[in-house]
Design a protein around this ligand. Structure first.
Ligand SMILES: C[S@@+](CC[C@H](N)C(=O)[O-])C[C@H]1O[C@@H](n2cnc3c(N)ncnc32)[C@H](O)[C@@H]1O
Length: 442
């Protein structure tokens, strides 16, 4: 019942046992685990501490106690519990893995790595170990040797579970970081052979050059990717990869947003988990967030939006008649190829003089070009951005270059774009002259 999330029902039998045997270690331990799942950490600690007092060699209880401390951020206490569990059972994989996680969280990277090495020595290494180690490497040590090591981990998974989609996805990512395009394409082809319609495999095969690139990432790819990424998006990107598009967008747009008196009608298109919400809320009246991924939107709830809608953003924009005073797209257009049509839709959805802000990944090319890169994200050349802005009728455009996130320890260069929708009364001829000048407003 507890595993099925039926907390109230599962509590009753524990209480019954404890009524008759108040220091029954299992009842104390499992009720403690239930309290962890209910986010009642202090109660959990009292219960599980009572369990280990009664049964000092109760290894699982030491681990559960460590987990409760870890969730409370009491890393030293958590470490002590995992170490006690390891004294009792030196090769206990759960304890080693948890210890590695705590040491990393405490900034003790070399010790955490040593712990992972002990785990990897277990044969065959567990899938959870491999995934955790892969993430650890991506967060902490970005040499090519490290990535090779992570790659070997994932190759090992296939020996035991050839049909493991998430492991294929990680493997493809490693090969992308190592710029081994053909091998990445082979991984996605193989994945498609197992799951012929898998949207991620399809999109990534195109990204690796093994199939024609789509005009934009299709809806199924976006939903599948972000629904499964939603729970870890903030932690993975913001905490570990210096993800800053919302902040950069705020810095560049703030001078044009006026006083933060909550007056602007504002759309956050591709709002994701709502990282822009709290930043822009002071300027906005009833801000709206739109995203294809219901999983991402679920996390955006409570982050400053008056309305959140699951929708494809180009359809959503096409259905809105010139009503927004500001439209923002932070790190969303990296899933679109040719920007001309989309920029046109943004322009139509903005009132005259309305503000458009977006971030993009930069393609270093003098020509008007965009490409689907091996990462699965699109990159756009500066000229493509400028031309698409002009064509859509934006003026006072300002396009700055800045790093928007880290990848394999390297900054990912991007464009931060701010522009105004031209006044509809202005003649097309004048508009052309103004917009091609691409003035950068301070
Ligand atoms: C990298 S996330 C950025 C989220 C958010 N803007 C931020 O900066 O934290 C990209 C978001 O765009 C959404 N997205 C991509 N293509 C979309 C589309 N065609 N329609 C609606 N949402 C889309 C994804 O679901 C995802 O939530």
């Amino acid at each position: 019942m507890q595993r099925a999330g039926e907390f109230a029902e599962s509590e009753r039998p524990y209480n019954e046992v404890l009524q008759h045997y108040p220091s029954h270690p299992d009842a104390l331990n499992f009720l403690g685990v239930l309290r962890i799942r209910q986010q009642r950490m202090d109660d959990a600690i009292v219960l599980i501490e009572a369990a280990v007092k009664e049964a000092p060699d109760y290894v699982d209880a030491h681990i559960n106690l460590g987990n409760a401390y870890k969730l409370l951020g009491r890393l030293d206490d958590a470490q002590r519990c995992y170490e006690r569990a390891l004294e009792l059972r030196p090769c206990l994989l759960d304890a080693l893995l948890n210890l590695a996680v705590v040491l990393e969280a405490d900034g003790r990277i070399a010790e955490a790595r040593a712990m992972y090495r002990r785990l990897l020595a277990a044969s065959p290494p567990r899938r959870s170990t491999l995934f955790n180690y892969d993430r650890f490497l991506r967060r902490n040590s970005m040499s090519m040797t490290d990535i090779e090591e992570a790659l070997n981990c994932f190759t090992a998974i296939f020996r035991h579970e050839p049909g493991d989609g998430p492991a294929r996805s990680e493997l493809g990512l490693m090969l992308y970081l190592l710029e081994r395009r053909d091998e990445a394409a082979a991984v996605y082809r193989d994945w498609l052979a197992h799951e012929p319609h898998h949207p991620v495999a399809r999109h990534m095969l195109a990204a690796a050059g093994g199939a024609p690139a789509p005009g934009r990432a299709d809806d199924a790819f976006i939903k599948s990717t972000f629904d499964s990424f939603a729970a870890s998006f903030d932690e993975m990107l913001v905490d570990n990869l210096n993800y800053v598009p919302p902040q950069r967008l705020l810095e560049r747009t703030a001078p044009f947003l006026g006083n933060p008196n909550g007056r602007l009608s504002m759309l956050d298109a591709g709002c994701g988990t709502g990282l822009c919400g709290p930043l822009f809320r002071p300027f906005a009246a009833e801000p709206v967030g739109v995203d294809l991924s219901a999983g991402m939107l679920y996390r955006a709830d409570g982050r400053g939006y008056d309305r959140l809608e699951v929708a494809e953003l180009s359809d959503f924009l096409a259905s809105a008649e010139a009503r927004w005073e500001a439209v923002l797209l932070a790190d969303t257009l990296i899933y679109f190829g040719d920007l001309r049509e989309l920029f046109g839709r943004v322009a139509s959805a903005l009132v005259d003089g309305g503000l458009f802000g977006c971030t993009l990944e930069a393609l270093p090319d003098e020509e008007d070009r965009f490409e689907l890169s091996m990462s699965g994200r699109f990159r756009h050349s500066r000229r493509h951005v400028d031309n698409a802005l002009s064509l859509a009728g934006f003026v006072d455009a300002c396009v700055d270059q800045a790093s928007l996130r880290q990848e394999a320890g390297r900054p990912v260069p991007g464009w931060i774009v701010v522009a105004r929708r031209r006044d509809r009364a202005v003649s097309v001829e004048r508009m052309r002259m103004t917009s091609q000048a691409s003035v950068c407003v301070p």
